[in-house]
Structure formats: structure tokens, C-alpha cells
Design a protein around this ligand. Sequence first.
Ligand SMILES: [Zn+2]
Length: 271
Amino acid sequence: MRIEVLGADDTHESPTVAAIGAIHGDEPCGVRAIERFLATGLQDRLQRPIKLIIANERALAASSRYVEVDLNRSFPGDAESDLYEERLAHRLWSEIKGCVTLGFHSTVSFDSPFGTFADPTFLKSRIMRALPIEHAADFSAVAQGRSVNLPRFVNVEAGYQQSEAAAETAYECLLAYLRAMGALPDSANQTPTMHYLVQTVIEKSEKQDYTIRAENFQRVAPREVYATTDQGQMLTADKEFWPVLMSADGHDVLLGYQSDQLGEISQTIPE
Ligand SMILES: [Zn+2]
């Protein structure tokens, strides 16, 4: 794990703002955003100390999601575990315990950036509105032991894995986040963001090939076919939903999630 503490002055005040790249080793966008930030000289403009972390360096070097077990599902971790990522989760959590934290990810499901979080607070809503994203997926109902379940922690899915666009978006998100947290002097640009409550997992069979017939964050109507398979199966909506992280080849047994669109996040999570 690589940790850069920036903007600290003589008071030795420890950072309470953090950002993390390479929670997953095959999603380098956050690492590229952090390295670009370090190369720009913007750190001289910091108004409060920040901590930039490159979490899973071993998985990053191998360009794989993880080495032994998914870091993002290993929180709060275990210092004594035999598994590398469980020990890493413990160390990472102790680094960010006192911080507001933004984690960077990328997906195989959707090229536009979106936020993920759980356990809504006004702080999380404010970060979602400050980031250049239109959609925020709330995993409160389905996620446990993930980074989004940590207090004061939010993620951004910056775009397609390994893409230039994801690296560019991650950098824009890092700057927007640092402005929102008062770490960079420019004022934060708050824009509308839709809040989706993720409700149900959509399972898939490993024996079939799927074609997705719907778009993530676009309403699927009751009785609409949202996916088909090579064996002629049609997946039909029981009731309306908005797909989240839906992709034919992102996961062995998970096609994606059904969510409800709750409304604009400043309305659904008021101050
Ligand atoms: Zn990820």
C-alpha cells in the first residue's frame, strides 16, 4: 500500500480527507488520477492535508481484481488473517478511519461515471452532487462488509475498465471531491444527481450467454424484456426498475441489480 500525505503543515494535523485508487487491481483509473495530481503541482494549493492511497499494489502489478480475495468485500479486515487482502483491508481501514474517503473504481457495464454509496448522510449526498456524475446508486439494502458500508465512505465508478476516459473522469472527480471538501480553494460545483435505491440482485446462469436489452439507469417497464439468452430465454420485468451495473460478462452468476429511482439526491437526503 502506498500512502501520500500532502498539504500537511507544521501543526502535524493528520488528514481527514482521503482518496483511494486500486481497491481493485484491474481498475487503474484512480491510480492514474492520483499520479496525475502528484505531477501537476496542485498539491501546493491544498488548504488542508489530504491522504492519497494506492491500496492493492500487488493486484495492480498483476492487473487483476485481487490476489487472494476481493479487498472491497473484506472490510473491516483482519490483521491476523492468512489472506493478503483481509490483512490489507485492516491496514487500509486504520488509515482512513478518521477520514472522509472517496474510492475509485471502473466497470464493464456502463461508460458514464456514477457514484455508489450506502447508509445515506447529507455529507455523502453533498459529495455525490459535487462529482461530475448524474447517477448515484445506494447499496444500503444489499451490501454488507464492503467499502461503501464504512462510515463517511463513497465510491465513484469512473467509466470502462482500463479506458482513457475513465482515467480522465477519475481525475475530474478527484479535483471536484477535493473542492467539495475544502481541500482545493475553488468553490464546489453542485449539480443535480439522481438517487437510485438498489433492491434486488439479478442472477444469471453460467451455462447461458446473455444479451442485455436495457440500459443502465434507464427505466425498464413492467413486462419489458431486459435480457435474452443464447438458449432463447427472455428475462422479463415483473415491475418497473432501473438497472444498475447490468452487464452480460461482468460476473459469473450476477447479471446486475434492479433499483428504484427515488429522486434528486438533495430532495431524497435533505440536510
Ligand atoms: Zn472496483
